[in-house]
Design a protein around this ligand. Structure first.
Ligand SMILES: [Zn+2]
Ligand SMILES: [Zn+2]
Length: 142
């Protein structure tokens, strides 16, 4: 709890129990959980927390740069600790598991798009789709 409070303060945020609990749930998870799961975990720390409140806290934490949210087509938004490493994601089409893919360049945007100079490009969100090793083994066995 102390560490979560410290991180909130450093980010210039008011320290509240829901914010500490959700932040702890995100950092303990190792990444890529949806709001529902984070809510469940936060509730184990502070008791009742509505889904709406969870979303509000997640938005505030994301805006403050403590949490990174990722939209993946066909999946609920996933949340993880913001490490400012511009990493990408691999999503298994069969089981839906998500893993980080290191950015090869290290800084955003790591892909140079063909757009006129007038466009101010800040980042590129890349999702790699395929089969994880487990699903690949299952698929080739059948
Ligand atoms: Zn899989
Ligand atoms: Zn990630």
């Amino acid at each position: 709890m102390a560490l979560a409070a410290e991180r909130l303060r450093t980010a210039g945020m008011r320290v509240t129990a829901p914010r500490m609990a959700v932040l702890m749930a995100v950092s303990d998870s190792g990444g890529h959980l949806d709001a529902d799961t984070l809510r469940e975990r936060a509730q184990r720390i502070i008791g009742r927390l509505s889904l709406q409140a969870t979303y509000n806290v997640l938005r505030a934490l994301t805006d403050a740069g403590l949490v990174r949210s990722t939209q993946i087509a066909g999946h609920p938004t996933r949340y993880e600790t913001e490490r400012h490493d511009n990493h990408h994601h691999f999503v298994c089409r069969a089981c839906g598991s998500i893993r980080d893919v290191e950015c090869t360049v290290g800084a955003a945007p790591c892909i140079e798009p063909r757009l006129p100079e007038e466009y101010d490009i800040r980042e590129a969100a890349v999702t790699f789709w395929g089969l994880c090793p487990g699903c690949r083994a299952t698929a080739s066995a059948s």
